[in-house]
Design a protein around this ligand. Structure first.
Ligand SMILES: Cc1cc2nc3c(=O)[nH]c(=O)nc-3n(C[C@H](O)[C@H](O)[C@H](O)COP(=O)(O)OP(=O)(O)OC[C@H]3O[C@@H](n4cnc5c(N)ncnc54)[C@H](O)[C@@H]3O)c2cc1C
Ligand SMILES: NC(=O)c1ccc[n+]([C@@H]2O[C@H](COP(=O)([O-])OP(=O)(O)OC[C@H]3O[C@@H](n4cnc5c(N)ncnc54)[C@H](O)[C@@H]3O)[C@@H](O)[C@H]2O)c1
Length: 506
């Protein structure tokens, strides 16, 4: 059925009030009605990155159009961070029940109602959704347009019947699950992060293809919720992380009953009656297992298709939109941020880049995208958090860099709560500057926060070991690690001589 289109005479939007931003001067020509808007900033994609730019600019009075073709909030809210963390929280409850006997509490067999678990996941998303909603952004003064945006020229974007001209554009279209050309994969009903949170029943046996953050977080959660789980990873799990820290995570996953095949490349997938057969090659030999469900967690693909990037002179590769250090594309009035650049991979990075771009647009503030102080966390249990330089990276520039560790097994709070796995690892320059920190252990994602401050502010081990922390807390483990820096100094004979000398003076 052909739809009547509206034609609206060209209008320059001014914001500050939602009413003004949506006022049009309409002129009808035939049945077709189109709309032309001229604004300061046009943002494509209402995920973590795009919402940050739009909110920032609107709150400072700049006229903004925000275009979203799917759900407001993007991947993080709808099919990423939020539902995965809600599922992980439910799985953690189940595990707490299983391990309650050690605290003198039982019974210890959790009754898992998977439909109710998924209802909890949906409720979590629904509770957070108003923050990212059209209503909230409209109230902020943003003109939100629902539909797929496409560049039609260097300074115009079209969405539905609307043409948007802007002083600056921000591409924040995110990424989608990558589905590599694995033989037979297209013949079986595989899951991705876009579909797994809609499952009505817990899989009997879930094969997880890929041992990155998506794969491992969901592998452990589904195992704890009752599924048999097998992970296939062609490299080692969490290959971008320090192997010493990853060992802690691997041990717990295996103890939970997750089967992990590392160095194992998935080569073929096929139907096997009601089941699916996953073939993988390890050290030149092919093996196969039958499973009920397959989750593809093999990385991400930047959302660059059908954006009309060529029409706007914006260079891109299969990895994503090409940007310089100031997040500008090859069209200088267009920025790209977040997952679409092929580099971000985290909500807080997309948001951080969004605020940098907004400040650059509004105040011409130069953009510095040094990622040294960007933390990352994998929300397995125990969690794995990292910020700054790894041991290897630090040693490459400072051969005298030192590594300081403290195990949670020697932290009183961890002992009391029976969460003793893991340790803090500090990487310290030869003059004591904090260069990096990795934590594998309970609440590692929260514990990494002071190291973000320490690295951003150039703090040293003396600064860290001098602070007073409440007892008994997990945070003391990091302070104890910092304190080990001075142990060798304390055994130095000169220190003893100085102490004896000072004692003479009463
Ligand atoms: C399972 C999973 C768990 C995750 N967990 C975490 C976590 O715990 N912590 C963390 O920091 N990160 C996590 N991430 C990563 C995080 O979700 C992403 O880094 C983040 O969402 C990227 O934000 P973005 O704004 O770049 O893109 P997105 O959030 O993907 O938003 C892009 C938006 O653009 C829209 N769009 C695309 N094309 C067009 C178009 N042509 N016109 C209009 N709109 C368009 C899309 O519909 C989408 O809404 C997770 C990812 C996954 C898959
Ligand atoms: N906690 C978080 O912050 C969080 C959580 C989930 C996802 N994310 C982000 O989402 C993005 C995607 O994560 P992901 O886990 O899908 O991707 P990833 O790239 O981290 O991991 C994919 C893994 O699949 C493996 N692989 C590829 N082909 C294979 C094959 N044929 N057989 C076996 N293994 C194969 C790769 O070696 C790799 O380790 C990342 O950028 C991540 O940062 C972040």
């Amino acid at each position: 059925m052909s739809q009547a289109r509206r034609t609206v005479a060209h209008e320059t939007i001014s914001t500050g009030s939602p009413d003004r931003s949506t006022k049009h001067h309409e002129s009808h020509r035939d049945e077709a009605v189109t709309e032309s808007l001229s604004v300061d900033v046009c943002v494509i994609g209402a995920g973590s990155g795009g919402l940050t730019v739009a909110a920032f600019c609107a709150m400072l009075g700049a006229p903004v159009v925000l275009i979203e073709k799917g759900e407001m909030g993007g991947d993080c809210l709808n099919v990423g961070c939020v539902p995965s963390k809600a599922l992980i929280a439910a799985a953690r409850r189940a595990e707490d029940i299983r391990t309650a006997r050690a605290f003198g509490i039982g019974p210890t067999v959790p009754q898992i109602d998977f439909a109710a678990v998924q209802a909890h996941v949906r409720e979590t998303v629904a509770t957070i959704a108003p923050t990212d909603s059209v209503a909230r952004f409209t109230a902020l003064g943003v003109r939100v347009i629902r539909g797929a945006a496409r560049f039609t020229g260097p300074k115009t974007v079209e969405v539905g019947g609307t043409t948007v001209t802007a002083r600056r554009f921000v591409i924040a279209t995110g990424s989608s699950p990558a589905v590599p050309a694995i033989d037979g994969l297209d013949t079986v009903p595989f899951l991705t992060n876009e579909t797994i949170f809609g499952l009505a029943e817990c899989p009997a046996h879930l094969a997880v293809l890929g041992g990155g953050a998506v794969g491992l977080e969901l592998a452990q959660a589904f195992r704890r919720l009752g599924a048999a789980v097998t992970v296939f990873e062609r490299d080692r799990i969490l290959a971008k992380e320090d192997a010493e820290m990853t060992d802690v995570i691997r041990r717990r996953l295996i103890a939970d009953g997750v089967t992990i095949h590392e160095g194992s490349e998935v080569s073929r997938v096929e139907h096997d009656g009601a089941d699916i057969r996953v073939h993988a090659i390890k050290a030149g030999e092919e093996g196969a297992i039958g499973v009920s469900h397959v989750l593809v967690a093999l990385g991400r693909k930047a959302n660059v298709d059908n954006l009309g990037l060529e029409a706007a002179g914006i260079a891109f590769t299969p990895r994503g939109v090409t940007v310089d250090k100031a997040l500008r594309t090859t069209n200088k009035r267009v920025y790209a941020i977040g997952d679409v650049t092929g580099e971000a991979g985290f909500t807080h990075v997309a948001g951080w880049q969004g605020s940098l771009v907004a400040q650059n647009i509004l105040f011409r503030r130069p953009i510095r995208t040094d990622r040294t102080a960007v933390p990352r966390v994998t929300y397995t249990d125990p969690e794995l958090a990292h910020i700054g330089l790894s041991e290897a990276e630090a040693r490459a520039t400072d051969p005298k860099a030192r590594v300081l560790r403290w195990p949670f097994a020697e932290n009183d709070r961890a002992v009391a709560t029976r969460r003793r796995d893991g340790h803090v690892k500090l990487v310290v320059g030869h003059k004591g500057a904090i260069l990096g920190c990795s934590i594998a252990g309970p609440e590692a994602g929260d514990l990494i926060a002071p190291y973000a401050v320490a690295i951003a502010k150039g703090m040293t081990v003396s600064d860290l070991s001098g602070i007073i922390l409440p007892y008994p807390t997990l945070s003391e483990a990091g302070k104890r690690a910092a304190g080990t820096y001075f142990v060798s100094s304390l055994s130095n004979p000169w220190i003893g001589r100085i102490v004896r000398f000072l004692r003479r003076f009463g």
